[in-house]
Design a protein around this ligand. Structure first.
Ligand code: GLN
Length: 547
């Protein structure tokens, strides 16, 4: 660890009592307020599950798969990190037990352990520690979030690893933050502290003494309860901090700062600094609280029963709303339920239609129907990844009359306007895939450049003809259909730099009809909203004024 910058400090964030307390958002918010005090931060996520990455996990179970510029498929918490801190996450910011064990086993096969018996301690824990301290430069704070809840069997090696790191680096460079829940019992009119006490006891069993308790709570923590928690958990009273429920996520950094979270960190590490300047968050909260109007936009997708599956998309639409000083009201429509017969009933009350990314056959006909409705009724349409592919199929079928046009993802014997890509260029080198190859980590992943046609609507929106956006897909529109699609009114307005892969499509005969093969939602941030979302929401607002 000698290469570590001596000023870099580590904050470990664990969770207790129940899952889904919002550790990701808590970590991102803490990072953001530390940034507001002028510190350089980095955020990392360690997920104890055995999958190598969440890429092959069902969005219904695990929510969205976030993709970094360098092509890592990661937990959606990395999305919170990027949106709140503006720091682009990298491969070295996300790991899982699957990845850690894969490395240990690779090393064992390679003979690196010189005949030793390979054990969780020290081999797995060493690998975890190496991950935590790797690929850093001059960060002031590295925030490491441990997934899961304290007490989970698979989380134990992580707790042991961070305990060891705190011992090795010294407590003056390491801090433990524990996020818990203080349940409110209405009949007693009280916040209950016992689950938090138990959770801290569990951490102490692993040799970890938390320094700050961040307590999710519906109401302010009364003095008495705060004292009790402090005494029983061995924590300074002013380090028992309320993480109060707030009406929108942009309030979280403001609320933490008000409750003294960043002060607690600076006090712990003995760094005197002026108060954080949080005016940018205040401005956002003001806009969200008092929008000038509301616009309804339909998102027609397959995973609408678990909205976490569309986390970044939801956020990006909100960012587009904030930029226009409007509230975006999303109407989530299960694409399986949408048909030609009910499309009017389901879509006539929205001013914009978005078909997001997706995989597999279920609900595709409904998505194609949504595209038809938007095209014919001149409702602003935004197709993302699978959504763009559906828009291409819709033109082929409904405008050009090629009824068996489809993607080979769904039908091997179709008129394959969209097909499997088995080779493409990445940074000057060829990438190859086989149709029977592994599913995990083998898509076209991460940032790729695209060249947009001069004068196209999309290039005007970006204000540039050269862009870079994040990808996550296996299939591509076949460029050989370019002129046929143009006859159907759909222009390929952007391609890969070699001109082989269509990246964007648009309809010049429509007020706002754009499809993109990449995922622009992954790069949108509250302080840097993605231009496509800003413009799509703007067009939707204009449409709403027409009716
Ligand atoms: N299933 C499509 C493909 O693999 C689209 C993927 C997506 O929408 N992310 O190409």
């Amino acid at each position: 660890m000698s290469e570590l910058n001596p000023k870099t400090k580590f904050i470990f964030i664990t969770g207790g009592v129940v899952s889904s307390l919002g550790k990701g958002l808590a970590s991102a918010s803490l990072a953001s307020i530390l940034q507001s005090r002028g510190f350089k931060v980095r955020l990392r996520k360690l997920d104890p599950y055995l999958n190598v990455d969440p890429g092959t996990m069902s969005p219904f179970q695990h929510g969205e798969v976030f993709v970094t510029d360098d092509g890592t498929e990661a937990d959606l918490d990395l999305g919170h990190y990027e949106r709140f801190s503006g720091v682009s996450a990298r491969k070295s910011d996300s790991t899982t037990t699957g990845k850690i064990y894969q490395r240990v086993i690779d090393r064992e096969r390679h003979g690196d352990y010189l005949g030793a018996t390979i054990q969780v301690i020290p081999h797995v824990t060493n690998e975890i520690k190496e991950f935590i301290v790797s690929d850093l430069s001059d960060e002031d704070f590295v925030l490491c979030e441990i997934g899961g809840t304290v007490g989970d069997i698979e989380g134990q090696p992580y707790l042991e690893a961070i305990r060891q790191l705190a011992y090795e680096l010294g407590r003056e460079r390491t801090m433990f933050v524990h996020l818990t829940l203080l349940p409110y019992i209405p009949t007693a009119g009280e916040l209950k502290t016992k689950p938090t006490q138990h959770s801290v006891k569990k951490l102490q069993e692993y040799g970890i003494q938390p320094d700050v308790l961040l307590c999710r709570s519906q109401i302010a923590i009364p003095e008495n309860e705060r004292r009790k928690i402090a005494l029983f958990c061995n924590i300074r009273e002013d380090n028992v901090i309320a993480a109060l429920d707030v009406s929108n996520i942009y309030q979280v950094p403001l609320s933490y700062s008000k409750e003294g979270m960043d002060k607690a960190v600076c006090r712990y590490f003995n760094i005197p600094t002026p108060d954080a300047d949080l005016s940018k968050w205040e401005k956002i909260v003001e806009t969200v609280k008092a929008p000038e109007g509301e616009v309804r936009i339909a998102v027609v997708g397959k995973y609408v029963k678990l909205l976490e599956a569309y986390k970044s998309l939801h956020e990006a639409l909100n960012h587009g709303g904030i930029a226009n000083k409007y509230k975006v009201k999303i109407k989530w429509i299960d694409s399986e339920t949408l048909t030609k017969e009910n499309s009017d009933e389901l879509l006539s009350d929205v001013s914009g239609i978005l078909v997001p990314g997706g995989f597999g056959a279920r609900g595709t006909e409904g998505k194609i129907e949504a595209v038809r409705y938007a095209r014919e009724n001149k409702v602003p349409f935004f197709g993302i990844c699978f959504g763009m592919q559906m828009a291409v199929i819709e033109t082929m079928r409904n405008v050009l009359g090629i009824k068996n046009a489809n993607t080979t993802e769904l039908d091997e014997n179709c008129e394959a306007v969209i097909g499997l890509m088995t080779e493409w260029d990445k940074d000057g080198a060829k990438q190859y895939r086989h149709k029977d190859g592994d599913l995990g980590g083998t898509m076209r992943l991460g940032a790729y450049d695209s060249v947009l046609k001069d004068g196209s609507k999309i290039s005007q929106i970006y204000g540039s003809t050269n862009i870079s956006e994040r990808h996550r897909h296996r299939y591509e529109v076949n460029i050989k259909y370019k002129s046929q699609l143009a006859q159907g009114g759909l222009i390929i307005s952007g391609t890969s730099p070699d001109g082989k892969l269509p990246e964007t499509v648009e309809r010049p005969d429509h007020p706002w009809f754009i499809g993109v093969q990449y995922h622009p939602e992954l790069k949108s941030k509250p302080f840097d909203p993605h231009p496509l979302f800003v413009d799509f929401v703007k067009a939707s607002i204009e449409k709403s004024r027409l009716v």
